[in-house]
Design a protein around this ligand. Sequence first.
Ligand code: S3P
Length: 420
Amino acid sequence: MLVGGTIRVPGDKSLSHRALLFAAMARGTSHIGGMLTSLDARSSARVLRQLGAVITPLGDGKVVTVRGRGRLRRPSAVLNCGNSGTTTRLILGLLAAHPFRATLTGDRSLRRRPMRRVTVPLALMGARIVERNAGGTLPLDIQGGKLTALRHEMPVSSAQIKGCLLLAGVAGAVPVSVREPHGRSRDHTERMLRAFGYRVEEQGEWVHMQPTGIVTPFDMQIPGDPSSSAFPVAAAILAEGGELRVTGVCVNPTRVGYLKVLERMGAPVEVDGVELQFDEPVADLVAAPARLRATEVRPEEIPALIDEIPMLAALATRASGTTVFRDVGELRVKESDRLALIAANIRAVGGRASVDGDDLHVTGGRTPPAGRVVTQGDHRIAMAFAVLGTVPGAKIRVDDMACAAVSFPGFPAMLQAIRA
Ligand code: S3P
């Protein structure tokens, strides 16, 4: 296909969750423009409403108004976080500092995801967690209260764990220090906290937060989601001609590790006109067709491109040579077992991929991909293989495209709109 034009992608998912959360914590009215309207963002809004925040309906192009009460209110029903790990883990951090009991659950995918990575340190801070099943997964009960300071070495680099613990420190007004072992995960929580006057410092692998600030109402514009932008960018790289511009994308360095990998693969993406908006760098991305070659993605690069691995792996099926993603075991506990599912689906469409320990190997070829992709409801698997399906001569059927709405409402229309 030929690509062309200028598009926008939906608002950033990580920032949308955090904006809703901080607005709910503030006493007064905040206004959030550019808010993501996807199912995951709706999960955060729904749960925060149950906890007492007044939030106007999430609708495309609408500024969302949030009236927070300063503190959360005891919910009268179970908090259903849907498919959203970020909602669950960040809200658990807030609930840890509130003196009432709440029960959290989620869909089938979320109920298999590990929660002890947050509940164990929250319990060390003083929260009481009641696990309803042996694995410590959802559903679970949390009884919050007065918290003590925390110094914690995280088992994996994860912005969800880090964000959860920092928010517990903020809501409980106690210092929190966390160590990220394998590279810096996305730092949106830290940036927002600094804007509210919290002292947040990075020292080597540690992040230290002192509760010196106060969360006050704010007005904010959410930039485009770099993870969502990876899909049209990849479609442009796979195209036979043309050029595509994606405007207003968050290019925070902890989010756009995939651009460095694309450059090594022979597909440089231009980052045009960087501006700082609400403490986040925002720019246009300009992508064009390229001949791809394999690369090695190193362990310390993974946190800054964790959500882009499905798309990068799909691109690697079109590169000359074997691409290796090192140390990507964390993919096993995403919305699906992404490590197994990426490899299985690449093979299902005629490509070559294998898992060796925690490494993913993908060997490229020239034959058009054809076959049926099983998503297990994982939005990023669905979108990555739908983009691979734009290769000339490809015949890919994705078993569930509706799940794209978890992060990217309007994804199928976008894929049509970029055709020149
Ligand atoms: C997110 C963090 C990432 C990412 C998820 C969103 C966040 O998870 O996969 O889609 O907003 O904090 P981990 O940091 O736990 O890997």
